[in-house]
Ligand binder design. Structure first.
Ligand SMILES: Nc1ncnc2c1ncn2[C@@H]1O[C@H](COP(=O)(O)OP(=O)(O)OP(=O)(O)O)[C@@H](O)[C@H]1O
Ligand SMILES: Nc1ncnc2c1ncn2[C@@H]1O[C@H](COP(=O)(O)OP(=O)(O)OP(=O)(O)O)[C@@H](O)[C@H]1O
Ligand SMILES: [Mg+2]
Ligand SMILES: [Mg+2]
Lengths: 256, 256
């Protein structure tokens, strides 16, 4: 039975896509069959894993709008044991197109059922929004990883995100849990970063992953080659941080 | 007659809010009466200028939903000549609420007319999305500043943004122009950053502001005090960069 994890935070640029790609790649390298679902119309996870965004191939858009079976959209990546359901720019229109569909929040949950058995982990990369596609992701997910950039504005948005998660738990997905808060782009030389780490650990205590993702230029360079950091530069701090995150996640669920 | 400029890019975390606050503050300090409109439900521009987001005061939400006159929502900031129309978390629901309103894309344009004469500049901070509120901002604006973070993913999204701007120009706002592309979070020590700068300058040539905003921790610290960088630390690189940007903008329009 697979574990479905949404990677979500409506604050932009906090490391959602970078976390999805690199946690997914780490799980793949550790031989856990993993699927990334790119639920962001920007399709950064799609291009960051080496696929061409403008390809005419099927994407998540087709699952929402044309009721295409999700299996048909799945493509392999350059990482062993890692597949992806690509996104497409048209997904930005899907939110309006499904507004009057019955059970519009549960479309993704329904679509994923047929492939749950094939993967150990399914990671859903969300857009920087709390719109209908992200609601679909949180409704389909067993848990959610919340990347928190070590910046001031990133702290501010957490209240609203937790409020939305509570609403989803109450109305759409009672079993949704918070997998953890993941501190990202940490630079130990900056007071601001250290203050944010302290604040998040004080508020959320053992819900905060002990693995912290440091600011590391290799994590920024890797997607321009369509690669995960573990493929682009296996010895980089970024690759090592995400490998540690994968191990921490596996340990937590007794899967190592 | 005021100049209305939208600060937009659907890519998250590229420096939209930081640009709105600090360009606004620089114009205010140079004695050009300026208004910030916070069109992002995250309300980062609201808190970054020292207002309390959870206040019960009127916000942009009321202009969209309750047809409240925008004048009633305007609050002053700690910066001379700088006012703000605050945002509110409820704005996230406004996009669905106005879906069936006639001329739903022109609500903000209509609301702004009554105050155009009072300000030299009106800056609209957009959310990381191309939804209806951002479309309202682009329809109301004379021009748009596009912050481009010196990272790979930031380049990818530009095509979609330019496509959306063309559609807005064709259907809703023929006089919309691109004020310029603003390179942000530039770190001259990183190859990646230098490559992005080169790429953007090659593609967009004289549409790129010559002022480049360098990565500077003071720009990240200032909002936690509710201040613009020019107030928080006037000698910081960030404050100087944005003051130069304001001067470049004024020179371009013969207003110095
Ligand atoms: N730890 C890190 N060190 C250095 N750069 C990073 C790190 N994590 C992410 N980045 C870079 O920062 C930028 C923002 O990260 P990313 O795109 O993953 O965030 P996001 O939350 O997915 O953004 P969006 O809200 O637009 O979806 C990207 O250019 C990415 O390459
Ligand atoms: N030049 C800079 N140097 C250092 N930090 C910066 C700089 N510009 C912005 N930041 C910080 O980076 C983060 C992202 O910037 P900001 O919030 O302004 O981006 P945004 O595009 O408005 O994000 P969103 O898409 O969520 O609205 C913030 O925490 C901000 O303080
Ligand atoms: Mg992303
Ligand atoms: Mg912002």
């Amino acid at each position: 039975m697979s574990k479905i994890i949404a990677i979500a935070n409506q604050k932009g640029g906090v490391g959602k896509t970078t976390t999805t790609i690199n946690l997914g790649a780490s799980l793949g390298v550790l031989e856990f069959k993993t699927l990334i679902i790119d639920a962001d119309p920007q399709a950064n996870a799609t291009s960051g894993t080496g696929l061409n965004r403008k390809d005419n191939k099927l994407s998540l858009y087709d699952c929402f709008i044309n009721e295409t079976g999700i299996t048909k959209t799945i493509q392999s990546t350059s990482v062993p044991n890692l597949d992806i359901v690509p996104s497409h720019l048209d997904l930005v229109g899907a939110e309006v197109e499904i507004i009057n569909t019955p059970n519009r929040e549960k479309i993704l949950k329904g679509a994923i059922q047929v492939i749950r058995e094939k993967y150990k982990f399914i990671l859903i990369d969300c857009a920087p929004s709390l719109g209908l596609i992200t609601v679909n992701a949180l409704t389909a997910a067993d848990s959610v990883i919340i990347p928190v950039q070590c910046e001031y504005f990133a702290l501010e948005g957490l209240g609203k995100l937790l409020q939305t998660i509570k609403i989803i738990q109450a109305r759409l997905n009672p079993s949704l849990t918070i997998e953890g808060f993941l501190l990202t782009m940490y630079d130990s030389r900056l007071n601001l970063a250290n203050q944010v780490v302290e604040e998040v650990k004080k508020h959320f205590q053992d819900m905060v992953f002990s693995t912290i993702i440091h600011r590391n230029v290799k994590l920024g360079e890797a997607p321009s080659y369509g690669e995960a950091a573990i493929i682009y530069d296996v010895n980089s701090t970024g690759a090592i941080n995400y490998l540690n995150l994968a191990r921490e996640l596996l340990q937590k669920h007794g899967m190592t």
